[in-house]
Each structure stands twice: as structure tokens, then as C-alpha cells.
Ligand binder design. Structure first.
Ligand code: SAM
Length: 237
């Protein structure tokens, strides 16, 4: 299903190499994604080369900018069909991933891919703002990741409460997110974070991407995250 040459070509310029074993796991995931997508909508991207670049190479590109330590704990917020969390897990099985989404059926799909590839991981069927107030999850992760979930001011309130002081929130954004980034600065500070790294790059020609790293400098005040309606009505500034 995945185009191996295209995957290699796209990510090796970032110094990322996929072993044969990891490729087999990623390929199994891609095959299950496309098969399941016939009966349950998981992705609008279905053409093999597009899946290879826009989902798999895109998610692997995180490793170009961060050396994630062995055994790190990551929560993937709004993981959907598993991006980027499941790609990270299948590439680096030593990393512990918690997959969080408010849609149960998508988590069911992730569980079948984990089973099929012999991997493990916790799935959490809650909204981020509900999970982040539980002591089991609050400030309990080295990283939170999110791709295509919400605007950065809202997403920061969802994600930063999960991250330990000293950890990072990794936000995968479109390249045209300057305004959003500016608007999020106040929110990030209120939540105990600080932008530590802002990477604009071309995944392939004419495919600009942005990965923003937000470092957790101090604990998030307990009044955050607020309730769903408040977050939506009045994003932090
Ligand atoms: N991250 C995946 C990707 O890049 O393909 C999925 C993106 S999809 C557009 C957004 C996902 O975020 C959906 O699966 C939705 O259920 C989930 N989501 C949105 N808001 C959420 C929240 N507050 N808590 C948990 N999940 C949320």
C-alpha cells in the first residue's frame, strides 16, 4: 500500500530512516486504514502516494526536529485514525502512546491496528478538556501531540495541561498559521508554556508544513482547561 521509495526519499532528507520491520508495521496500518475507510470514514486521503506523503511522511517529520528519549510518554490529542500517534508508535515501539479522541469508533480502529501489529497503547475515549482535569492524565506526559484538531489558542488549552513541567506540546500546523501563532502567545503563557521552536519546512516541493514546539515552563493553573462551552465561546488570549 505505502510507496516505500517515496517514503524513503521524502524523509531521508530529514535524517529519518525506517527499518524493514517498522516499514512492515506502517504498511499494515496503511492497508487497514484504506480497507476500513470503505465502510467508515477515517480519511479523505486514499491514493497510495498521497497517503505515503501526507499522512506517513508528514507524521514522521516530527523526528527531524526532536530527539524523543527512549520510553517517553506521549498523549496524542484528537488522534482520529491515529495521526501522528500511531505512526510514532509503529516507527518507535519503545515510546508509550496514549491515544485520545472523543469518537469511540476511531479508537476501535486504532486498537485493531495495535493488535494486528503486536503493539500496545492506551486508548482514552474522552474530550481532551475532560481528561486533562483527571489526576491520571494531568501533567503526566513528556509530550502532547496534535495534528489538525483546533486553532492554537484552543489547542493549547486542550494539550498543555497534560504535559509535565519540562515536557513539550508538539503542534503540527499548516504553514499559513502566523496569525494563529500570534493569537496563541497569551494563552500559551497563561497555561505555563513558551514557544521553544517554530519550524517551517517543505515536506516535499510546494507542500509547506510547520511544527511548533511549546515547552512547559511551569504548572498549568488548576482553573484550566475550562469547560467545553467556555473554551469555544471565549478562547484564551
Ligand atoms: N489528528 C488526526 C489527523 O491528523 O488525521 C485527526 C484529525 S481530525 C480532523 C480531528 C479529531 O480530533 C477528530 O477525530 C475529533 O474527534 C477529535 N477532537 C476534536 N476536538 C476534540 C476534543 N476536544 N477532545 C478530543 N478529541 C477531539
Amino acid at each position: 500500500m505505502l510507496n516505500r521509495n517515496l517514503l524513503t526519499e521524502t524523509i531521508e532528507k530529514f535524517g529519518i530512516y525506517v527499518s524493514d520491520e517498522a516499514f512492515l508495521r506502517l504498511d499494515k496500518y496503511a492497508e487497514m486504514l484504506i480497507e476500513t475507510n470503505k465502510s467508515f470514514n477515517l480519511t479523505a486521503i486514499t491514493e497510495p502516494d498521497d497517503v505515503t506523503v501526507k499522512h506517513f511522511a508528514d507524521c514522521l517529520s516530527i523526528f527531524a526536529f526532536e530527539e524523543i528519549p527512549q520510553g517517553a510518554k506521549i498523549i496524542d490529542v484528537g488522534t482520529g485514525a491515529g495521526f501522528p500517534g500511531l505512526v510514532i508508535k509503529l516507527y518507535r515501539p519503545d515510546i508509550n502512546i496514549t491515544f485520545l479522541d472523543s469518537t469511540k469508533k476511531k479508537l476501535g480502529f486504532i486498537e485493531s491496528v495495535l493488535n494486528e501489529t503486536g503493539m500496545s497503547g492506551e486508548t482514552v475515549h474522552l474530550r481532551a478538556e475532560e481528561a486533562a482535569v483527571l489526576s491520571k492524565y494531568r501533567e503526566n506526559f513528556d509530550y502532547a501531540t496534535a495534528r489538525a484538531v483546533a486553532s492554537l489558542p484552543v489547542l493549547s488549552e486542550y494539550c498543555l495541561p497534560f504535559v509535565k513541567v519540562g515536557g513539550k506540546f508538539i503542534s503540527m500546523k499548516s504553514a499559513e498559521s502566523n496569525e494563529e501563532l500570534k493569537e496563541a502567545r497569551g494563552a500559551i503563557k497563561l497555561l505555563g508554556g513558551e514557544i521553544s521552536n517554530d519550524n517551517l519546512f517543505q515536506l516535499v516541493e510546494n507542500m509547506p508544513r510547520r511544527i511548533v514546539f511549546i515547552k512547559k515552563k511551569s504548572q498549568t493553573p488548576t482553573r484550566y482547561p475550562r469547560k467545553t462551552a467556555q473554551i469555544a465561546k471565549k478562547p484564551l488570549k
